[in-house]
Design a protein around this ligand. Structure first.
Ligand code: HEC
Length: 139
């Protein structure tokens, strides 16, 4: 195969990857919702490094890269609170953070603008996000 054809093949694969629907993040049967119905179990702080990548892609638009909401997104009647504030973050348990991510804002008594991610992420990915969010405040 020529070099050019190889590059074309790689580019094609990348394009295909991009066309995959967002909901195909983890197979449905491996999602946190399917596996444990969003019940937080065991050690809730996973791999913060992996959580950082997920956060940058899916959460930072509303929560900011560092947990401080820097842009006021339209329709956010209740903007996300400052997750880099240790005083605030100490009032929240890891289980609450897990539930808020898995079940969404409304179920935990917060804004409905916060989406539910339980059918999108695996249990491990939610734990990775919890670990990363904790790193904003060092709590
Ligand atoms: C469309 C905007 C939006 C997106 C995207 C979003 N959130 Fe939120 N999030 C919110 C809002 C609004 C609240 C709740 C504000 C309130 O009622 O206090 C919230 C609350 C939370 C809370 C509860 C603790 C807190 O900060 O007060 C956690 C944890 C959280 N979000 C994590 C995430 C994670 C992780 C992602 C990405 C997987 C994410 N959010 C994506 C808007 C968003």
């Amino acid at each position: 195969m020529t070099r050019l054809a190889t590059i074309g093949l790689i580019a094609g694969c990348l394009l295909l990857g991009m066309a995959t629907p967002a909901s195909a993040q983890v197979p449905e049967e491996e999602s946190a919702l399917a596996v444990n119905n969003c019940a937080p179990r065991g050690e809730l702080r996973g791999n913060a490094e992996n959580g950082k990548a997920l956060h940058g892609e899916h959460c930072a638009e509303c929560h900011g890269e560092t947990g401080k909401t820097d842009i006021i997104v339209m329709h956010m009647d209740e903007p996300p609170k400052d997750e880099s504030d240790p005083v605030y973050m100490k009032t929240l348990t890891d289980a609450f953070l897990y539930l808020a991510i898995c079940q969404g804002g409304e179920t935990v008594g917060r804004s409905i603008v916060m989406p539910a991610w339980g059918d999108y992420f695996s249990d491990q990915e939610i734990k990775d996000l919890v670990a990363h969010i904790r790193s904003f405040s060092g709590t």
